[in-house]
Design a protein. Structure first.
Length: 184
């Protein structure tokens, strides 16, 4: 089965599960993230990354509890690992870094830290809290760090119950245009 169909199948079978501690489903959260990326005029790769950033939750079938969920801090690893055979670094790296981007923003923007949702504030602690100065410097040296920060901001906003956005099929073109050649 083509990988885009496999991905859509994951959203079909698992997308109705709750997005941890928020009032939207996994599918709604993914669609709202991708919508915000597209609305901001992002490249195809970053729209694809926004849609797929939490796929690690769907491929691993973890429990719904927010604390348990983020304790392992591994959903970004799981997602990046699962996607790596199919997509290039412009898609994978922002996904892999989206949790680090939250810890980065918490360190460099006091207002960001104050604005976290209760669930996100709880998981921050389990993710290691705001970055240290050395971690900030290291993160900022990554070629994909600003894409990861953009993704993180859409991630934070993509929690609006009932928001009407385009359906999954609308984003097929962004996945297909960013697939590695052998994945097409
Ligand atoms: Fe997310």
């Amino acid at each position: 089965m083509p990988v885009v169909d496999t991905i859509f199948g994951l959203f079909d079978s698992r997308g109705e599960e709750a997005y941890f501690g928020e009032h939207v489903s996994q599918l709604e959260h993914a669609l709202q993230s991708a919508y915000l990326a597209e609305r901001d005029g992002s490249p195809d790769s970053l729209i694809a990354a926004a849609l797929l950033h939490d796929i690690g939750h769907l491929v691993h079938g973890l429990a719904e509890d927010v604390a348990d969920q983020d304790q392992d801090g591994l959903h970004e690893d799981a997602g990046a690992t699962w996607l790596t055979p199919h997509f290039g670094p412009d898609v994978i790296r922002p996904i892999h870094l989206h949790v680090a981007a939250k810890r980065f923003l918490c360190a460099v923007e006091p207002e960001y830290l104050k604005g976290l949702s209760p669930a996100s504030a709880l998981s921050l602690r389990l993710q290691g809290g705001p970055m240290s100065e050395a971690e900030v410097a290291q993160f900022a040296s990554d070629a994909h760090h600003s894409s990861a920060v953009r993704l993180r901001r859409w991630d934070d906003m993509a929690k609006v119950p009932g928001l009407v956005v385009p359906k999954l099929e609308h984003y097929r073109k962004y996945l297909e245009s960013t697939l590695r050649p052998q994945g097409r």
